[in-house]
Design a protein around this ligand. Structure first.
Ligand code: FES
Ligand code: FES
Length: 186
């Protein structure tokens, strides 16, 4: 076992974990945060996407010990303390960017990461930026509309609810690194 200290949704934590424990399992089982879903465990679906130091990453690709000293934000941490939804969450609701909801926390977190890097993406850039996140229900059209609506709301507003920085492009790239996003492309 190893002791790991990190910040999750603004709360400092110190936990004993097995060195092999994946971040997604730490979040779900140790922290009790169930928004990050496990859809594949093979870095293909993006359902487990969270923010790590402000960049979207697939939490099934990270060991918990790799997050030591860092800041993790899950979908549970996006809304304001009074329950006001994050602008990206609002955009997904307004544009009907979800059906069953399984992919949605990952889509939302990937979107927050995307807009932090590129506040004014084109539709093509949105499709490319979310290519590592799969959805079996929506056909993606409303998801793309939601992301563009969140971007239109303004870059400051779109990322304002994330208690994170806006750096770490390499981590974002690692989180999205797979070739499984073809359905999102135009
Ligand atoms: S569970 Fe599918 S990418 Fe992590
Ligand atoms: S809404 Fe069902 S998988 Fe995306």
């Amino acid at each position: 076992m190893m002791r790991v200290e990190l910040t999750v949704n603004g709360q400092r934590r110190s936990d004993e974990v097995e060195p092999r424990l994946l971040l997604v399992h730490y979040l779900r089982e140790t922290c009790g945060l169930r928004a990050a879903n496990v859809g594949c465990d093979t870095t293909s679906c993006g359902a487990c996407t969270v923010l790590f130091n402000g960049a979207s990453v697939k939490s099934c690709t990270m060991l918990t010990v790799q997050a030591a000293g860092g800041e993790v934000t899950t979908a549970e941490g996006l809304a304001a303390a009074d329950g006001e939804l994050h602008p990206v969450q609002r955009a997904f609701r307004q544009e009907h960017g979800l059906q069953c909801g399984f992919c949605t926390p990952g889509m939302v977190m990937a979107t927050v990461g995307l807009l932090a890097e590129n506040p004014h993406p084109t539709e093509t850039q949105v499709r490319e930026g979310l290519e590592g996140n799969l959805c079996r229900c929506t056909g993606y059209h409303n998801i793309i509309r939601a992301v563009l609506a969140a971007a239109e709301a303004g870059p400051g507003e779109a990322v304002a609810g994330a208690a994170v920085g806006v750096s770490g492009a390499s981590a974002a790239g690692a989180g999205r690194a797979n070739g499984a996003g073809e359905p999102v492309r135009p």
